[in-house]
Design a protein around this ligand. Structure first.
Ligand code: C2E
Ligand code: CA
Ligand code: CA
Length: 593
């Protein structure tokens, strides 16, 4: 087999070298000379190369094209006139042509003594010399201008026009290049997807032009932050991707993410004001098997979604557990729509007791979902229903159902003081909320005073003015309010005076700790005196033990609920327990402090 090596030229295997001027070698026959004259007139690159890579024929036009003296070409090896990084590729091509005799064509970057390089569209043919040995004929046209234009267009097509960093196409190329490269040479690589938290607010309040300036500056900061082997690209909007190449460990990747978060947090000076933003980032490592950029981005996106769900301004690493959990959430969310239609949702009621006489004064309605695969906790499905708005529907149904139950118990001679219904902050902000409550009261005919809505501190404090109006509107109907999970949300106490509230429910975390922790005991005692000062009733939640109950009694806590007294139960079970004398119903209004 013919073996073509550039270095063979040094070993002196040259054939018929032409060392004088003219278009053809001194020893070339007349027909040959005509052919070379024709090539000279044509003006492109025309070379004849021996098996060892030695150039032994070259037109003056070739010499002009590469800006080398022709004499030099005739003493050179082909490798000497090819751009360094193209030598391997060119050698393989020439070798293949020697071997199989089939013409080859390729664009190769040649060296040029003046401009550095020239792109040549090269055609290579095998030729049988008169002495029976083989040589190669190389013909080429200069396509430098065209190649440069192409290069420029390719660059443009991979650049984000707004920020000048890469675009999705660039990420796609990098990912493809990574997987086509030598597997053994590859370090791990990871893709980080980031999104600014609340970028819309910047656009909305300062205008899109200012938003664009922020994105440009951010792109520069990112490019300056990452290592030179990493790639920054913008996908669109405020979404950026950073491809981290050759990541040595999870910690190394996390280090880069932390740095990115730090540079994002630095203030931006825009339109005369200082703007601060934070970012949420999802990171996914390439798994090792070949993947497209969209598969990788999908995983990074899932992690970013999780970072946002956890409250923004953080990063999250993709894992198969996360994937599983998100799929599960999605399935539950889908099933929840069906559950409403299939009547799988119902209410349980947990009695609220007067501490001391241990009589039942009210019940709290708690939603239950009997999924065909087993019960699903409201701690799981309520947040999902909040995220897709279904809670408005479910919440309105809960109010109506609880009011109807109170009326039904009344009719059966089980007369409770009131029913308490949980209201999600999402429901609280929904414009149809007041109407849904009003119609529930009207249709069931219960006294509005006997409906208590449990609201969290967060729901009240997000927009205190709107909350105040809403409470006033519902309060005018006679409905009363309790602050749920008190002590876990905002600590601004001044609003307690401003809102028309009736009760504070001491969060069960404080009750759980109060026996062992003096700190928790102090909080419970403080909430109890605060409630007394403000004329509110305090209700201790989650009372599980006799010891908690005794402590609450000594601190003069009047109302409590929890497993020490009773768990939440179905309406028939509750009625049966009352009839069996296991619960005694107290008289009077427990919320009139
Ligand atoms: P929440 O309003 O704080 O309800 C009290 C939770 O504590 C209930 O959990 C109840 O079963 C549980 N609990 C009662 N006594 C004890 C006890 O002694 N020890 C312990 N460890 N837990 C006790 P559940 O029913 O799982 O409800 C969880 C949360 O889901 C509720 O917390 C509420 O935030 C939400 N939720 C339930 N039903 C509804 C609803 O109809 N609408 C809305 N918006 N949220 C609801
Ligand atoms: Ca509650
Ligand atoms: Ca609670």
């Amino acid at each position: 087999m013919t073996s073509f090596t550039y270095d063979a030229v040094r070993a002196g295997h040259t054939l018929e070298p032409v060392r004088s001027g003219g278009v053809a070698g001194a020893t070339a026959p007349a027909g040959n000379r005509d052919a070379w004259a024709l090539l000279e007139a044509w003006g492109g690159l025309a070379l004849q190369v021996g098996e060892a890579g030695n150039i032994f024929q070259a037109t003056s036009a070739s010499a002009d094209l590469l800006a080398f003296p022709r004499e030099y070409l005739l003493h050179a090896s082909i490798k000497d006139i090819i751009a360094f990084d193209e030598r391997e590729r060119a050698a393989q091509l020439l070798q293949a042509c020697f071997r199989d005799g089939l013409p080859k064509q390729a664009e190769i970057r040649f060296a040029n003594a003046i401009t550095g390089t020239r792109w040549i569209d090269l055609r290579i043919c095998r030729h049988a010399n008169a002495d029976g040995r083989a040589s190669l004929l190389l013909f080429g046209t200069d396509v430098t201008k065209w190649a440069q234009k192409l290069h420029q267009l390719t660059e443009q097509s991979l650049t984000d026009p707004l920020t000048g960093v890469g675009n999705r196409g660039l990420i796609r190329n990098r990912v493809e290049a990574y997987f086509t490269g030598d597997a053994a040479q590859r370090g791990r690589f990871a893709i980080a997807l980031m999104d600014l938290d609340g970028f819309k607010k910047v656009n909305d309040s300062l205008g899109h032009e200012v938003g664009d300036i922020l994105l440009k500056e951010l792109a520069q900061r990112l490019a300056a932050t990452v290592r030179s082997r990493d790639t920054v690209a913008r996908l669109g909007g405020d979404e950026f991707v950073i491809l981290l190449d050759d990541v040595t460990s999870d910690d190394a990747a996390v280090g880069v993410l932390e740095q990115i978060m730090r540079v994002c947090r630095q203030p931006f000076h825009l339109a005369g004001c200082q703007v601060r933003v934070t970012t949420s980032i999802g990171l996914a490592f390439a798994s090792g098997v070949r993947e497209s950029e969209s598969q990788l981005l999908r995983r990074a996106d899932r992690a970013m979604y999780e970072a946002k769900a956890q409250g923004n301004n953080r990063y999250c690493l993709y894992s198969s557990e996360l994937d599983h959990r998100l799929n599960e959430q999605f399935r539950i969310e889908q099933d929840l729509f069906e559950a409403v239609l299939n009547g799988e949702l119902f209410l349980h009621y947990q009695p609220i007791f007067r501490v001391g006489p241990d009589t039942v004064c009210a019940v709290e309605a708690l939603m239950r979902w009997e999924h065909p695969d087993g019960a699903i906790s409201p701690e799981v499905f309520v947040p999902l229903a909040e995220s897709n708005g279904l809670i408005n529907h479910l919440g309105a149904w809960a109010v109506r159902c609880a009011c109807a139950q109170l009326a039904a118990w009344d009719a059966n001679g089980v007369e409770l003081g009131y029913v308490s219904v949980n209201v999600s902050p999402v429901q609280f902000r929904h414009p149809g909320f007041v109407d849904s409550v009003r119609s529930a009261i009207r249709d069931t005919g219960i006294n509005p005073h006997r409906l208590v809505l449990e609201i969290t501190e967060g729901a009240l404090m997000t927009d205190p003015k709107a909350a105040g109006n809403l409470l006033a509107e519902l309060g005018a109907l006679g409905i009363r309010f309790a602050v749920d999970d008190f002590g876990t949300g905002y600590s601004s106490l001044s609003y307690l005076r401003r809102f028309p509230l009736s009760a504070l429910k001491i969060d069960r975390s404080f009750v759980a700790d109060m026996v062992d922790s003096p700190h928790a005991r102090t909080i419970v005692s403080a909430v109890l005196s605060l409630a007394r000062e403000l004329g509110l009733v305090a209700i201790a939640e989650g009372v599980e033990t006799e010891a908690q109950c005794d402590l609450l009694a000594t601190q003069r806590c009047e109302l409590a609920q929890g497993w020490r007294f009773a768990r939440a139960m179905g309406p028939n079970d509750f009625e049966d327990a009352v009839r069996a004398g296991r619960f005694r119903i107290g008289s009077g209004d427990a919320l009139s402090a």
